[in-house]
Design a protein around this ligand. Sequence first.
Ligand code: HEC
Ligand code: HEC
Ligand code: HEC
Ligand code: HEC
Ligand code: HEC
Length: 218
Amino acid sequence: MAQLFSARADLFLRLGLLALVVLPLTMAVSGFAYYRSSYYTGVGAYVQQPVPFSHRHHAGELGIDCRYCHTQVEKAAFAGLPPTETCMTCHSQIWTNAEMLAPIRASLATNTPIRWNRVHDLADYVYFDHSVHVTNGVGCSSCHGDVADMPLMAKAEPLTMGWCLDCHRDPAKNLRPESEIYNTAWEKPADQRRKGRALLAHYGIRKDHLTDCSVCHR
Ligand code: HEC
Ligand code: HEC
Ligand code: HEC
Ligand code: HEC
Ligand code: HEC
């Protein structure tokens, strides 16, 4: 039988076959990289707000406690956002004419809440609860980063399922004492392993069920 393909066509055929194998692979790999990238998860991207509220200024430099504004964080699933009146306890006295604060004054005058843009927003099929975490040794910064140093709010962690599970499998490595829950500059001590195990017992955390699907998907 004569040569079925010319040498040139044969080369194209080989290249084509190669592409069939290699292309989906590179697409899968780059797709995975995209999925993991901060562009997809939104980590580190500042979110613009109707008023450029600075946590660095208020929680950091002025030292206002997180619970002054996020009043539900220890008691409920939602941390809650402060009503305009909370801002006005101070801003009816200071910076009363600042252009930057005009939306706050308008909000008070017209009795319409400020519409803050969400920075963290889990899909509706995931159940999350703040109080169970912050009353059991998980500090704000384990999930939100060093908030007291943020001029504008940005997501510090991807909040993917894998990220939740990484802690739920072994919470001891992240636990801290009660006194440090609101300290967003907290760092793990060198002997976190040992301290973490003691804290697990201290808070009475049972970790065997924490990776069950029904914990987060109810
Ligand atoms: C003076 C009031 C005030 C204080 C104190 C304060 N916050 Fe906030 N926080 C706000 C306001 C207003 C927003 C909404 C605007 C924004 O996202 O920056 C907010 C938003 C947030 C968000 C993002 C919410 C979302 O949309 O996902 C997190 C997380 C947060 N605060 C954590 C903290 C932590 C941690 C502390 C303490 C270290 C703290 N806040 C102290 C007023 C405050
Ligand atoms: C405990 C008092 C207090 C509360 C409560 C408070 N602020 Fe302030 N805020 C200040 C002070 C003090 C300044 C700084 C003025 C200066 O720069 O010296 C300030 C400054 C600001 C500025 C100017 C930009 C900056 O950060 O320097 C904005 C905007 C602002 N506040 C928004 C808010 C909003 C929105 C709320 C409510 C969620 C709020 N503040 C609650 C005390 C407060
Ligand atoms: C275990 C992780 C974790 C810890 C610890 C944590 N948060 Fe959150 N926070 C989240 C997640 C996840 C969301 C988004 C929830 C959603 O979309 O339903 C969120 C949302 C918020 C919001 C937006 C309003 C809301 O309740 O959805 C605020 C404000 C907030 N957190 C403040 C805090 C403060 C203050 C602390 C510390 C006292 C804290 N968080 C500790 C994970 C955490
Ligand atoms: C840094 C560690 C950490 C991270 C991150 C974390 N968790 Fe948790 N979570 C815990 C610990 C510790 C407990 C157990 C508290 C207890 O029951 O004593 C817990 C408990 C829970 C519970 C209650 C379990 C029950 O028994 O009812 C829910 C729901 C939950 N987490 C959801 C989430 C979700 C959703 C995420 C990700 C968005 C998340 N958690 C991220 C540490 C973490
Ligand atoms: C600790 C909390 C937690 C546990 C336990 C958990 N999930 Fe999830 N799950 C999440 C979060 C967070 C997301 C992502 C939500 C988002 O992207 O907003 C998610 C997303 C998903 C999705 C959507 C597809 C995807 O990958 O984004 C599926 C399907 C899912 N989970 C199934 C499961 C199954 C099955 C189990 C048990 C083996 C399980 N989950 C256990 C927190 C959890």
